[in-house]
Design a protein around this ligand. Sequence first.
Ligand code: ADP
Ligand code: MG
Length: 572
Amino acid sequence: MLKKFFSFYKPHKRLFIIDFSSAVFVAILELAFPVAVQWFIDDLLPTGNWATIVRVSIVLLFVYIISTVLQYVVSYLGHKLGINIETDMRQKLFNHVQRQSFRFFDNTKTGHIMSRITNDLFDIGELAHHGPEDLFIAIMTIIGAFTIMFNINPELAVIAIIMVPFLSIVATYGNIMMNKAWKNMYGKIADVNARVEDSVSGARVVQSFTNENFEISRFKEDNSQFRLAKLAAYKVMAGTHSSIYMMTRLVTLVVLVVGAWFSYQDYITSGELVSFILYVNVLIKPVDKITALLELYPKGMAGFKRFLELIEQEPEIVDKPNALQVQHLKGDISFDHVSFRYDDHQSVLKDINLSIQAGETVAFVGPSGAGKTTICSLIPRFYDVNEGAISIDGLNIQDLALHSLRSQIGIVQQDVFLFTGTIRENIAYGKRDATDEEIHSAAKKAHLESLIASLPDGYDTQIGERGLKLSGGQKQRLAIARMFLKNPPILILDEATSALDTETEKIIQQSLMELAENRTTLIIAHRLATIRDADRVIVVTEEGIAEDGSYNELVAKDGIFARLHNIQFQQI
Ligand code: ADP
Ligand code: MG
């Protein structure tokens, strides 16, 4: 896992090297400082040579200035490195989510995805910056300081070194506990996010059932779970921190007392004692750094683990190595012994055989849950068939490049998803390089013109959350305009007008019929009035395709369709 983590440094190698070497330099200066002080006190002061003392002070001043500049570099460039890595990871995660297949979105809560893209990576930048750098410098400083301390006075150095095993035990234990605690905390914040996402997107349902208090209490539960998890992590952290604090300060005290006695016995010089105590202080810094890492490492790694979990989930549906690029399909569709199930429990489609000619308009009717939407979702490969094959113009769709396959298919559904942005941008979603002329012509064909003309900002009117609210019918028109722009040879209308009132449906119906012209069109509809003009009607039941024929043939046949027809058109 560390190898994967370090692979993210590659694009920022230069930054890392500059930052790292500056940090090493700062550490060397800090290690050298007490030696200089000792020399100053023991050798320079007794000479009373003030000219030299002033000169030495000026040199020290320069060293401080250089050290300050380097500190700045370490702090700024180091954080830049961390942020760059965090940003790269976040982008990679987003790109990865974009590539996922439908089944992934069926099974993953939006809030959990959001949480991974935002919170989970919050601490990774800090870890990326401080991790390798601080660890290296801390170890270097500790080894350097002890070496010098042994040289100054071995007995005192032994006293100081006794703390090391104790520190390691506390540190290791603290690390294990914190690992668990942070991982748990990230899981809980993901739950909080998922709950917010659910109740906000479902706000209308919540309010219509007046379940606000229920939602509040559920959120309260998740929120307090999160609080407990975070609190537990901080408790472990506080324990580790304070134990380490106590040990390092205790050592300073012991060294001071023993050192004072040694000095009194003339066993060491006062310069040596001062220098020694300064080294104990030099040691405290890397110990503090390692302590901080003990917190940062599990925090960052917990996020990174969750990052990997997602990033290593390969998209289910991808291009074959030699996938065919297609551009202008005619639109012959055939299902050959197609079986499909969403999961292992229940098979949705069994041995479906179906052949649709290019340009034909075929209506699918049948009880809800029969599998009409599923049949249509298989054509753009939102899901792959379990058995059999679907082909378009005689080409198996699994041999085609996904992008080019989907560019040939347009889908209008019951709920139209509009993006935050202007009307123009929303229409142009159907063809992102569309010219203004094309957009206007599409809007005209979808009978959107008079609406747009009545708006003060016309095509630049903002829609969505903070803009214009469109009615169901207007949204459908916008979706139709998108389709005119996209101009695909295959069109799927999945209950596109089912949510509209009959009056609006009638008006939209005309635009849809214009859209369907010269394309292979699959219409799923409840109201039979909307499929009168279809060339063919296919009745889908849970057992499969039950009837297949022209509208009038099926009415005459006295089967399922005839019954549906009688219910809808004869007053019983
Ligand atoms: P229709 O469009 O005819 O109403 P669907 O094709 O939507 O029917 O659904 C057919 C069956 O597949 C239903 O039993 C439904 O519960 C199931 N189903 C639909 N979508 C999914 C999905 N994303 N994951 C699992 N099962 C699904
Ligand atoms: Mg459906």
